[in-house]
Design a binder for this molecule. Structure first.
Ligand code: MSP
Length: 504
């Protein structure tokens, strides 16, 4: 079972390139695992409570917060649909299934004495929804976003996070793959060298009413992170479907951005440990899309809208670009010129032209039908061996979450097919009347293109279907599309417009 999650996104922000990146990465990984025949559960969703959402509601003079979050949740769903995101579940934290889980876990920890009431004094950053200590502040402002902070003293409820510090350090040390990449794991261990405080998990309802009431103190609502993190177990069937939960939950792979590493790698494991639940299998933090060195996002007003890029390049090219141009774990600079050059070199030339050549030559020399595979020379055997080895290499990269490397290997495969056609020159063979060579070459090239396109299908979800149909192959997913020799001689190929037309 492959259980993959994205962060649940705050509904006060329209989905931008950063959100699209995590979600497409999860979708692509889910599709690769499905391609391998594994059962997959892909979860995404939205985070609907908390100060940011309440502030957005107030700012827009909205009277009904639920109507606001309903509308914003739809915006995410619509965007994901346009980006061909095939999630299995879309969770919203205002759903009764989730509210029930949050209250159940709170009650359990309260009954076990792991939550207590005490006085809280601190500096609160409204924008980050985080309390800071005096020494955290930079020039009296939030060290994260630089905005002014408010001093607050009030009674609150605390989760005894500190008692899990030693356990957590030990757990991370014993499970080297728990937090990835390794430098993020070291960052968390560094953070844990300082004493870990208890976690304030409540907000006074007088200040923040938009949240899940504490079951044992209804004049307080649950801190948004304590609420949000639990979405991952809600969706896995916690408390309602114990069998599914037992099988699915421990397999979880959390994809997150580096901005939410501490909440996922410190708060969340201690919450699970306190509740007597197993840990997720892996937490992977990727980097940011930046523009000229600054993080892209709503607050900075530099957000790139994924749908604008889809309008220009098409959904497949957009998915390809953001998967190809970010090394998972590191930041990547968004550069419109690079989108253009990838489009032309990788998609229009390497892939699109190859399809055009194969289909046109099959039309000209083989009556428009996939020919018989003919005897192989060293050239055919060499290309076949290269292409047959590709799925194994690609899946190895996928297991490391290195989709960019997988795509670069796939592109090398296509370059090899193009090189093969140059060297074997079926047009020269045809002139010389060597019909058997021509059919052997064209079968090999068409089959290589088909198989490589299957490997591209998790990223290019639409164009690969077009390729299959032009090659006269219906990918009914019944057989092994990654095996060699699947194209049936005699199937009709179809010519058509360029797969990736010139832009502009
Ligand atoms: N609601 C919390 C997450 C709760 S998960 C239990 C949250 N939401 S968010 O809307 O701010 O989304 C944060 C996530 O969006 C990041 O972790 C990352 O996955 C993605 N990105 C937002 N901006 C990004 C970039 N500029 N670049 C890449 N991804 C970034 O935090």
């Amino acid at each position: 079972m492959f259980y993959i999650t994205t962060p649940i996104y705050y509904v006060n922000d329209a989905p931008h390139l950063g959100h699209a990146y995590t979600t497409i990465l999860a979708d692509v990984l889910a599709r690769y695992h499905r391609l391998r025949g594994e059962p997959v559960y892909f979860l995404t969703g939205v985070d609907e409570h908390g100060q940011k959402v309440q502030n957005a509601v107030r700012k827009n003079a909205i009277t009904d917060p639920q109507a606001y979050v309903d509308e914003m949740a739809e915006r995410f769903k619509t965007t994901w649909k346009r980006l061909n995101i095939a999630y299995d579940d879309f969770i919203r934290t205002t759903e009764p299934r989730h509210v029930r889980v949050v209250q159940q876990v709170l009650q359990q920890l309260w009954d076990a004495g792991l939550i207590y009431r005490g006085e809280y004094q601190g500096w609160y950053c409204v924008s980050d929804e985080r309390f800071w200590t005096e020494k955290d502040l930079v020039d009296g402002c939030c060290p994260d976003c630089g905005r002014p902070v408010e001093h607050i003293a009030e009674d609150n409820y605390f989760f005894q996070m500190s008692r899990y510090q030693d356990w957590l350090v030990d757990y991370i040390e014993r499970n080297p793959d728990f937090i990835q990449p390794a430098f993020r794991r070291n960052e968390v261990l560094g953070f844990l060298r300082r004493p870990l405080a208890d976690l304030c998990i409540s907000r006074s309802a007088s200040r923040l009413s938009w949240g899940i009431p504490l079951p044992f103190a209804p004049d307080y609502v649950t801190y948004v992170w304590f609420d949000a993190l639990l979405n991952y177990v809600t969706a896995a069937g916690f408390g309602v479907d114990e069998d599914r939960f037992a099988a699915q939950w421990p397999q979880a792979l959390h994809l997150i951005g580096k901005d939410i590493l501490i909440t996922h790698a410190v708060y969340w494991p201690t919450m699970l440990q306190a509740a007597g639940l197993p840990q997720p299998r892996r937490i992977f933090a990727h980097g940011w899309w930046v523009i000229g060195g600054t993080k892209m996002g709503k607050s900075l007003g530099n957000a790139v809208s994924p749908l604008d890029l889809v309008d220009i390049y098409g959904v497949d090219a957009f998915r390809y670009f953001i998967m190809r141009d970010m090394t998972p774990g590191l930041d990547a600079d968004f550069d419109a010129e690079r989108v253009d050059s990838r489009y032309t070199s990788d998609l229009a030339n390497n892939l699109g032209n190859l399809l055009q050549r194969v289909v046109n030559m099959t039309g000209r020399y083989c009556g428009g039908c996939i020919p018989q595979p003919g005897p192989e020379t060293a050239e055919e055997a060499g290309l076949r061996a290269l292409v047959e080895a590709l799925p194994g290499q690609v899946f190895e990269q996928i297991d490391r979450l290195a989709v960019n490397t997988a795509l670069s290997q796939i592109m090398d495969g296509l370059t090899a097919v193009n090189g093969y056609l140059e060297r074997t020159a079926p047009w020269t063979q045809a002139k010389a009347g060597r019909a058997e060579r021509v059919t052997a070459i064209l079968y090999t090239a068409a089959e290589a293109l088909r198989l490589i396109s299957v490997l591209l299908s998790p990223v290019l979800t639409e164009k690969t279907r077009e390729i299959f149909s032009r090659l006269g192959w219906e990918d009914d997913q019944a057989g092994d599309g990654l095996a060699w020799g699947v194209l049936k001689p005699g199937s009709a190929v179809t010519a058509g417009d360029p797969l990736f037309p010139r832009i502009g």
